[in-house]
Design a protein. Sequence first.
Length: 146
Amino acid sequence: MENGKIDQIIDKHGAEAGALIKIMLDIQEDNGWLPQEALERIAERLAVPLARVQHAATFYKSFSIMPEGKHRVHICNGTSCHLRGSQKVIEAVQDVADSDDSGRKFTVESVTCLGCCGSGPNIEIDGESHIEVTPGKAAEVLKRLD
């Protein structure tokens, strides 16, 4: 992301340190994620420590400091799902994600709970829940996505 675009977003918010979160949200919306160079530019322009900007970027779940894939995959690894084999599902999903040459198709995250503890292992793909998932079923669903 170019400094000119970052500066434009910062200026839109009055270059105020109190607008840090709003600035970061706008940059992420425009760019898809928060690259290190953008964090450094924000810190410089707002005259705040880079550590403060990095802390906000890593503290809030809504920010991503890594490029996101087109599809978001959340795999439950809570106690119930773990006992029902979620680790094998995680491995199967990661195998499919690793086979994506562009590296931009999937963002895979292990989460503590998806709220369907009695029917695990569970995964959520782009907000859609899949229950009682086997490694094969998970891989099949992911391979069908464009």
